[in-house]
Design a protein around this ligand. Structure first.
Ligand code: CIR
Length: 262
């Protein structure tokens, strides 16, 4: 019997290195605090565990400031993993760091064969996987990824990411089997034509990067109107502080690789 795409019993995370404060930043939103990032990361691990997930915690990688964002160099599914080629030069080497971990955890591990693709641009929905073209995921990488996913028996489609948005999933997340939480600018592109859509309130666009894990939705604690909206729609919301990681252009989905093992 198949499980929902948001059912997870395993996850991999990586502790932030002290270099995390030098992570890539498109917009200056203030200096991130190392202690703050560490605290937010620890609370994130605890929230995953409280939601019923067994979390493998990898050691920090000082040479890769953004390596805390393990979702970008790989994709994982119950049937196997794909080692990606992150599109930022400083992050490309993260793929070789995560590959042996995935080979230990998965029987099938495929490699992206060409181009560039970040896991942050990949949204898994029940009937297909959406791959957003972005500054990090190019057409060649997206096509290579469609091919790799096909080898895992997964159907994928290449779509656009709104201009100025770092990753496709910076602007959306799947919050149940047929509903996406999205920004207005992404939803207006019509990309979610087969899904229901909840739009985050104006001014809380970053809240669209929420994370459904089993029975709960992890939501940035600094986005109270989004949390209220989700609660009104019957979701069980777990607020988590993402103030410091937001300064490194990150949100909730990118700090873990999650899958259902059986
Ligand atoms: C970067 O620019 O790559 C990191 N500072 C943030 C990556 C966040 N990842 C994600 O949204 N998938």
């Amino acid at each position: 019997m198949s499980v929902p795409v948001y059912a997870f019993d395993n996850a991999i995370v990586r502790r932030p290195a002290s270099s995390v404060v030098n992570g890539l930043r498109a917009v200056d939103q203030g200096e991130p605090s190392l202690a703050g990032v560490e605290a937010e990361h620890s609370a994130y691990i605890q929230a995953l565990e409280a939601a019923g997930v067994a979390v493998e915690v990898l050691p920090p990688l000082e040479a890769f400031p953004d390596s805390i964002f393990v979702e970008d160099p790989a994709l994982v599914f119950p049937e196997g993993a794909v080692v990606l080629r992150p599109g930022a030069e400083s992050r490309l080497g993260e793929a070789a760091e995560i590959a042996p971990v995935l080979r230990r955890r998965f029987e099938r591990v495929l490699d992206l064969e060409a181009g560039y693709a970040d896991g942050g641009d990949v949204l898994t929905t029940p009937d297909r996987i959406l791959i957003g073209l972005s500054a990090r995921t190019d057409q060649t990488g997206a096509e290579a990824l469609v091919a790799a996913l096909g080898r895992l028996g997964r159907k994928a489609e290449i779509v656009a990411t709104p201009a100025g948005v770092l990753h496709f999933k910076s602007d959306c997340s799947l919050i149940d089997g047929d509903t996406v939480l999205s920004t207005a600018r992404l939803a207006e592109s019509g990309v979610f034509d087969r899904l229901g859509v909840l739009i985050v309130p104006e001014g809380e666009e970053a809240a669209a990067n929420a994370l459904r894990v089993n029975d709960v939705v992890l939501v940035g604690a600094n986005y109270p109107r989004t949390a209220d909206m989700l609660a009104r729609h019957g979701y069980t919301v777990v607020p988590l502080s993402v103030i410091e990681i937001a300064k490194i252009d990150a949100g909730l989905s990118c700090m873990s690789l999650r899958w259902h093992s059986a």
